[in-house]
Design a protein around this ligand. Structure first.
Ligand code: PCA
Length: 202
C-alpha cells in the first residue's frame, strides 16, 4: 500500500481576533514535528480570503496530490471538535474576509450542485473521538463563510477530479490555546487522520 498524503489545514485570524485556534494548531503540529506512522502529513495555514484561499488550496492540491484533506477552522460551536456533514454552494456572510470582500448569496460554483456531503466516515470519526473521551459533535451546517467555502471547494474537486479522494471540515471553538488543548488536538488529529484514510477502522 502506498503511503497516503493527508493535508491538514487551518485558517489565519480574521474579524479582528488575535488568534485562530486552527492556525495555531497547525503551527504547533509543525513545530513539534508531529507524525503519524504510514501517513505523509502536510500542513498549511490558509488566508481568510475567498480569492486567496481558492488560489492556495488549488495550488496545494496540484502540488501535494493529497489522498485526504482535513480542514480546520473556528466556529461558534461548543464541543472541541464539530465534524461538518454538508457544504453548501453559497457564500453568504455579514463578515468581510481579510481582503475586505463581502459576499451575499454568491454561488461558489456556478454549475455545481447545491450541496455536497462530506465523503469521510463521519460516524466512525465521531466514534473514535468518543472512545478517546474527546468532546465532539456532527453538524449539518458549516455556515456560509470561508469554512463552508473551503469544504465546498474540496468536495467539488473530489467529485470532479478525484483529488482529494476525501475531505472533511472540522470546526474548533473560539478558545485560547493551552497545553491541555494541544494534547487533545494532537490526539484528535491522529484519530481523525487514521479513520479518514482507513488506517484505523471500527
Ligand atoms: N472560521 C470561519 C472562517 C475562518 C475560520 O476559522 C468560518 O467558520 O467560516
Amino acid at each position: 500500500m502506498t503511503t497516503p498524503t493527508v493535508l491538514i489545514t487551518g485558517f489565519e485570524p480574521f474579524d479582528g481576533m488575535d488568534e485562530n485556534l486552527s492556525g495555531t494548531m497547525i503551527r504547533h503540529l509543525e513545530s513539534v514535528n508531529f507524525e503519524i506512522p504510514h501517513v505523509d502529513l502536510q500542513f498549511a495555514v490558509l488566508p481568510v480570503s475567498y480569492e486567496k484561499a481558492d488560489v492556495r488550496i488549488l495550488e496545494l492540491l496540484a502540488e501535494l496530490r493529497p489522498h485526504t484533506v482535513l480542514a480546520f477552522g473556528i466556529g461558534r460551536s461548543e464541543p472541541l471538535i464539530t465534524i461538518e456533514r454538508i457544504a453548501l454552494n453559497i457564500d453568504d456572510a455579514e463578515c468581510c474576509d481579510n481582503c475586505g470582500e463581502s459576499r451575499n448569496g454568491t454561488l461558489i460554483e456556478a454549475d455545481g450542485p447545491a450541496a455536497y456531503f462530506s465523503n469521510v466516515p463521519l460516524v466512525s470519526i465521531q466514534d473514535a473521538l468518543r472512545k478517546a473521551a474527546i468532546p465532539s459533535a456532527i453538524s449539518n451546517h458549516a455556515g456560509a463563510f470561508l469554512c463552508n467555502h473551503l469544504l465546498y471547494r474540496l468536495l467539488h474537486a473530489s467529485e470532479t477530479s478525484g483529488c482529494p479522494a476525501s475531505a472533511c471540515f472540522l470546526h474548533l471553538p473560539r478558545i485560547p490555546w493551552d497545553r491541555n488543548i494541544a494534547d487533545q488536538l494532537e490526539h484528535a488529529v491522529r484519530l481523525i487522520a487514521e479513520t479518514a484514510t482507513g488506517i484505523r477502522s471500527y
